[in-house]
Design a protein around this ligand. Sequence first.
Ligand code: FES
Length: 374
Amino acid sequence: MRKRSVDTDSFELKVIDVVEETPDARSITVEVPEGAEEQFAYRPGQFLTVAVPSDRTGVAARCYSLSSSPVGDGPLTITVKRTAEGYASNWLCDNVRVGDTLRVLAPSGIFTPASLDADLLLFAAGSGITPVMSIIRAALAGGTGRITVLYANRDERSVIFAAELRRLAAEHPDRLRVVHWLESVQGLPTQEQVRAFAADHLEDDAFVCGPAPFMAMTVAALKELGFPRARRHQEKFISLGGNPFGDLHDVEVAEQEIESAEADPEDAAAAPVPGAEAAAPAAAVRLEVELDDETHAFDDWAPGTTMLDHLEAKGVKAPFSCREGECSACAVRLLEGEVSMRHNDVLDAEDLADGIRLACQAEPVTDVVRASYS
Ligand code: FES
């Protein structure tokens, strides 16, 4: 058990609807408080970090993907599936009622299409459908591309959003194709079968979300087909060992709990950290960061301070969730220069080679660093 204390910008959101999607999954819709609309302007595929009360540990911080679409003015909805031993998911499914409030952080995450007009190839397994559903809804409402979905589940009873997907496919027959894969009927999908499914979509933007073995197998199939890294996205978060809600006093951190889709930690553990051996610069560093169509530039980033801490000290509302290198909510792409990372449990070697870094862990090692949050 660890303890930590940080300042956060959390929000109390009123629950305005709870829907039972399947015997194991609930969609929880919340109302954004007046004045916080800007902080809750999200992109399809992003998630909320939720503070779940715990008698044993104070607060359990968990990430849940938004299943709603940011296109239009609809409310925010997360969809939570019970996991067998998961304290937080079961607590939310058992206890949250209309009129309650949930304490959350603003939306985060990089599992989001660069363009809603792109042709999309989406792979989901189990509750991995949640961010994929957000992408489908947003792309149909605000984009023009074709969307092809392979959605794997244990059996028919466990298919979340079955009726909604049927309705959307009937409404958009030229744009949306959903193929269901039931383990009870077809067995687990194999790499060869996924490769055959994807072979007609070599130019699409691919997104993969589900349990770690499903994601690893699907990504391997996409790699075999030559999908470049830039068009191969997999969800990387969800298991938080830290607690970002410790602003009032130290809170004991909950034990790590896998709520749903989780990246293979061995990928990250095996990845060498660029800049790890480099000496810190002797003087303050110039930092330029692109965030939400704005560029923030500072000439006094002190070596030994993380990029996230420096941006926050300058009043920049940069995204974050765990602050411990475990979720990727703070991920940036380097455009120039290099940083070292104190800790990385989530980015793999390919992410690092693509210049992705964790702002909450990044310290400067060059005199100039330019990075982008998009
Ligand atoms: Fe979670 Fe940085 S905030 S990795």
